[in-house]
Write a protein that binds this ligand. Sequence first.
Ligand code: IMP
Ligand code: MG
Length: 196
Amino acid sequence: MKISQKKPSYGLADLESVLLSETQISNRVSELAKEILSHYGDKDITIICVLSGALVFTSDLIRKLKLPTRLDCLRSDSYGSSTKPDDPPRISSPLKTDIENRHVLLVDDILDTGNTLSELIKHLSQSKPASLRTCVLLDKKERRQVKIQADHVGFNVPDAFVVGYGLDFAERYRSLPCIGVLKPEFQKASYFQCGC
Ligand code: IMP
Ligand code: MG
């Protein structure tokens, strides 16, 4: 029996469907770690996590990488409290580490239109890293506006607004262990403004 909800619960009940289970994600993150390891060998790499969406993914990935890594973060804001990106993305929070002559792996949650990743690549390239590669957990190829491909991709996903495992809608749902499609009735910013 389908239980109708009028208000979001901020949990699994707000999902229309689960696209990727916790186990599927965990297995794929282990595979990605192996792919990355085989590319870099024993090089010292600097991982740059794009906050806040890639926080959960990055924390799992770095613990599965058996590599000497440095970790830094950048913040990029493109969606605010809507499910449509306004361009261009805003890059804030300067890096704490110097990446000149360093091997940099930029980690983001999802490659959607491509605006964010391409801006971040331009931004980081100015600091002259020895190499700059990209890793995204999800790739929504259908929505691409900029010609860009990530070097390491976890999963290809269809054109739907997804939440969980770090991905949010209006800062909610990041702590869900799986990734799913948010029910359309809960894709309303007004639900999330009062904090109740
Ligand atoms: P892009 O600039 O359009 O490629 O969007 C990249 C950023 O938008 C990602 O880093 C996410 O933070 C956010 N984003 C894109 N699609 C989704 C989604 O389906 N759910 C949640 N966030 C998304
Ligand atoms: Mg993001």
